[in-house]
Write a protein that binds this ligand. Structure first.
Ligand SMILES: [Fe+2]
Ligand SMILES: [Fe+2]
Ligand SMILES: [Fe+2]
Length: 416
């Protein structure tokens, strides 16, 4: 699961590089201080994930672009919206819960914190964040420059953390790894070393995380508010009818478009038909889904998820597979995906009514693009489904808002 997260971050260049640097440095400092380096690594990795979670219809990373790295901290207002949103994500997934308060407080100066292990780690993430931001803006900075810059903010950190950070930064190993990440290498093996001890998530957590993923993907474009969720629910039901593993198909549905997180907002949101070039970029989301989900290749849901744009006659993408090369599970999600997309409004066409959408899917069956068997499963599944109630976005949105309100009540208002 953590590897999936690393891969996802790897497809969002500036956020990825920053997160890997912070994760690595946090783990090094924690190790030096005999604190739990796996937690520090994980907290560092996730600390800015809130930047990609939509709030009030917007996503911070798109709004503030890549300049999030040069935002200055104001000690009098240490609570940031992205910290709250990141804290929400981690709170939502059982295994990540212990990270949640650390993420929340990763811009809190030491004066706001008593010395629990949790707070020490959040302060470690904070100092690592400052180092990373400095190196990303001042590309030629020497370790000495970094330390001089840190001296200015010394009061933000617990003295022992400040000292440990300074010490760690003087080692070549750390300098080279930070440099290497900045140059675009995630130096996977080195990162792997830390995730070995990270808690691994079971199916339940995978589904919880998948709900957040589906919310991010769907909210990224205002035209697909519950697409992913529908695909998951349709596929699950169809698999159940076919006597296949319905939970796997549900997960495949939740994650199938995860690669869209890596595709520019402007293309997903474009209020017109895409140009050929834009369409090609859009299609690439399925390649990103493949890359991101690859660590889960052995699980039953992986292939259906990454084959949702294949077609029986070989005209699909990205593998141009033929009918006989695919399983019924693959064919189920293909039908669910097309059907679900038709039900939604698009910038260039209105939503299609259910009956007409079914007819249109059947047209594709006749053209030998989609599977007859999967189509019949869809038809019979529809009888059991209440289409109007298929909407997870609304619920998560409500939960996020309640979470933000709770945090604000406790710590005061946030800055962007
Ligand atoms: Fe941050
Ligand atoms: Fe950060
Ligand atoms: Fe897709």
């Amino acid at each position: 699961m953590i590897q999936v997260l690393i891969n996802l971050l790897g497809t969002i260049p500036s956020l990825g590089r920053h997160s890997f640097q912070v994760a690595f440095l946090s783990a090094q400092i924690a190790e030096k201080m005999n604190l739990d380096s796996s937690y520090a690594f994980l907290a560092g990795l996730i600390h800015d994930l809130g930047l990609i979670l939509p709030y009030e219809g917007k996503t911070l990373l798109d709004e503030i672009d890549d300049t999030f790295v040069i935002v200055r901290d104001t000690p009098s207002k240490p609570l940031h919206l992205h910290s709250i949103l990141g804290s929400f994500i981690t709170d939502y997934v059982e295994k990540l819960k212990p990270i949640s308060p650390i993420v929340l407080k990763h811009h809190f100066p030491a004066s706001y914190l008593d010395k629990t292990e949790e707070n020490l780690i959040s302060n470690i993430v904070f100092i690592s964040d400052q180092v990373s931001r400095y190196t990303m803006v001042n590309l030629d900075a020497s370790p000495r420059d970094i330390i001089i810059a840190l001296e200015d903010m010394k009061s933000f950190f617990f003295p022992e953390i400040f000292e440990a950070c300074k010490e760690v930064l003087t080692t070549e190993f750390v300098q080279w790894q930070l440099e290497n990440i900045l140059e675009g290498s995630s130096a996977t093996d080195l990162l792997q070393d830390y995730i070995r001890n990270c808690p691994d998530c079971g199916k339940k957590d995978l589904i919880q995380a998948g709900k957040v993923v589906s919310f991010i993907v769907d909210t990224k474009s205002e035209f697909t508010t519950s697409h992913t969720w529908r695909v998951a629910v349709f596929s699950e039901k169809m698999a159940e009818k076919a006597g296949k593993n319905s939970e796997d198909l549900f997960i495949a549905g939740l994650y199938h478009d995860i690669g869209k997180i890596s595709v520019s907002y402007k293309i997903l949101e474009k209020p017109a038909k895409l140009s050929d070039e834009e369409y090609a970029i859009m299609k690439k989301h399925v390649y990103f889904s493949y890359l991101i989900l690859l660590p889960k290749k052995d699980e039953g849901w992986f292939f259906p998820a990454v084959r949702h744009h294949e077609r029986l006659d070989g005209s699909g993408y990205p593998f141009k597979l033929k009918e006989e090369e695919m399983t019924l599970e693959d064919k189920i999600i293909q039908v669910a995906d097309v059907f679900s997309a038709l039900l939604e409004e698009r910038p260039y066409r209105p939503a299609t009514p259910v009956k007409k959408a079914l007819d249109m899917v059947y047209e594709e069956v006749k053209k030998k693009k989609l599977s007859q068997e999967a189509f019949e499963l869809l038809e019979s599944s529809l009888k059991d489904l209440d289409l109007s109630s298929i909407e997870v976005g609304r619920e998560i949105r409500k939960e996020i808002r309640a979470f933000v309100e709770r945090v604000v009540e406790k710590f005061g208002n946030y800055v962007l």
